[in-house]
Write a protein that binds this ligand. Structure first.
Ligand code: FAD
Ligand code: SF4
Length: 328
C-alpha cells in the first residue's frame, strides 16, 4: 500500500491568505481542493510539498452565480457533481457539463472540483508509476531526472494534458479569475496552458484559480466527446470539444479544441473554415476533421498505440461536431 508522506496542512480563512501562504513558502507549498489528483501524486512521490494549503472549505470558492448577462461564474471549489447537477449549466453549456460528467467516477466527481480539474497534472505512463519503479528504471525530467524517457531527443516533457473540462471551457471562450499576492487578473482558459508537460500551467505558483467565467452561450451549441479505455473511470486517450453557432441548419461559426494529444489542449478551429456558411454534410465533416486532427502529436506514453489515438482524434472531432449540431 502506498502511504502519504508527512506534510503540514494549513487551513486559511480566505483566498488572499491562501495566496499569501503560497507566496511565503514558495515551491515547498501547494494548494489542495478535492485532493483526487494531488494526494495520489504525493503517495507516488511525484509531488512532494512540505505544506499543503486547503481551500475547499472557503465559501467564496463554492458558488455558482448567474452573471446577469446570460453567463455564469463558477467558483473553483464547486465540485464536478454539482456542475453536472445544475440544470441551468446543462442547458447553457452542454459540452462543458458533459465533459464534467465524464471525469473519472462518481465518487471522484463528488470530491473533485472544477478548479482542480483545470489545474490537473499532465499524465505519462512512465511518470505515473510509483517512486520505487521510477527509481529502479531511472527518473525522468518531469521529476528528479534530466531526460525524457519517452522522447529522449525532446528538450521538454511531453506528458499529456488530461483535463476533460479544459477543452470544453476553451471552446466556449471561457476565462478564469486568478488571485495572487500581487492582485487579481482574468485570462482566457486557453492561455492557462503551455506546450510543456512539466511546466504545463502559465499561472504563477502563488496564484489561486478563484473562478471559471463562462460567457453567455447566445446561439452557440456545444458538445464533448471522450475516448477512453473503460467507460466508467479512465482519463481521456483523446478528447474533442466542439462549439457551433448555427443559423437554422447553416453553420455560422465553429470552434474545435482537442486534448490528450500533447501537453496542452489545442485550439484547431482554423480547420473548420470549410464548414462555415453551409449545412453540415459527411464529406465536409471528414475533410474538416482530418485537417483539425493534424496538429495532434500523441506519443507512446499513454495506453493503446499512438497511431490508433491519432486516428481516433479525427473520429472524436467528427462526432463532437455532429453532436453539437444536433443539440436542440
Ligand atoms: C482514478 C482517477 C481517475 C481520474 N480520471 C479523470 C478523468 O477522466 N478526467 C479528468 O479530467 N481528471 C481525472 N482524474 C483527476 C481528478 O480526479 C480530476 O481532475 C479532479 O477534477 C481534480 O480536482 P481536485 O479538486 O480533486 O484537484 P486536487 O487534487 O485538489 O488538485 C489538482 C491540482 O490542481 C491544483 N489546484 C486545485 N485547485 C486549485 C485552485 N483553485 N487554484 C490553483 N491550483 C489548484 C492542485 O495544487 C493540484 O496541483 C482522475 C483521478 C483519479 C484518481
Ligand atoms: S513525457 Fe518524458 S519527461 Fe514527461 S513525464 Fe513522460 S517520460 Fe517524463
Amino acid at each position: 500500500m502506498l502511504r502519504l508522506p508527512r506534510f503540514s496542512y494549513l487551513r486559511p480563512e480566505s483566498v488572499a491568505e491562501a495566496a499569501q501562504i503560497l507566496s511565503e513558502y514558495g515551491p515547498r507549498a501547494t494548494v489542495v481542493a478535492g485532493g483526487t489528483d494531488l494526494l495520489p501524486k504525493m503517495k507516488r512521490g511525484q509531488i512532494e510539498p512540505e505544506v499543503v494549503v486547503g481551500i475547499g472549505h472557503l465559501p467564496e470558492l463554492r458558488q455558482i452565480r448567474a452573471t446577469g448577462d446570460g453567463g455564469f461564474e463558477i467558483g473553483a471549489c464547486v465540485t464536478l457533481t454539482e456542475v453536472v447537477a445544475s440544470s441551468e449549466l446543462q442547458a447553457a453549456y452542454r459540452g462543458y457539463t458533459r465533459a464534467a460528467a465524464l471525469v473519472s467516477s462518481p465518487a471522484l466527481r463528488n470530491s473533485g472540483t472544477i478548479g482542480g480539474n483545470l489545474c490537473v497534472d499532465t499524465r505519462c505512463n512512465y511518470y505515473d508509476e510509483s517512486y520505487e519503479w521510477r527509481k529502479a528504471l531511472g527518473f525522468c525530467m518531469k521529476k528528479d531526472g534530466n531526460i525524457c524517457r519517452v522522447a529522449p531527443a525532446s528538450a521538454t516533457c511531453r506528458a499529456i494534458a488530461s483535463s476533460d473540462t479544459a477543452p470544453a471551457a476553451i471552446s466556449m471562450n471561457a476565462t478564469v479569475l486568478l488571485v495572487g499576492p500581487k492582485g487579481e487578473r482574468e485570462v482566457p482558459v486557453e492561455s492557462l496552458y503551455q506546450d510543456d508537460g512539466q511546466f504545463y500551467l502559465t499561472k504563477a505558483a502563488d496564484e489561486i484559480l478563484v473562478s471559471l467565467k463562462m460567457p453567455s452561450p447566445g446561439a452557440w451549441r456545444s458538445s464533448y466527446v471522450k475516448v477512453r479505455n473503460r467507460g466508467t473511470i479512465d482519463f481521456p486517450l483523446v478528447g474533442a470539444a466542439a462549439a457551433l453557432k448555427m443559423n437554422g441548419s447553416v453553420v455560422e461559426d465553429c470552434r474545435i479544441v482537442i486534448t490528450a494529444v500533447g501537453p496542452q489542449p489545442l485550439d484547431v478551429s482554423q480547420a473548420a473554415r470549410p464548414l462555415l456558411g453551409r449545412p453540415i454534410d459527411d464529406a465536409i465533416l471528414e475533410e474538416v476533421a482530418t485537417e483539425a486532427a493534424k496538429p495532434a502529436r500523441p506519443l507512446d506514453n499513454a495506453d493503446i498505440s499512438y497511431v490508433w489515438r491519432k486516428r481516433m482524434t479525427r473520429r472524436a472531432i467528427e462526432q463532437a461536431i455532429k453532436e453539437a449540431a444536433e443539440v436542440a
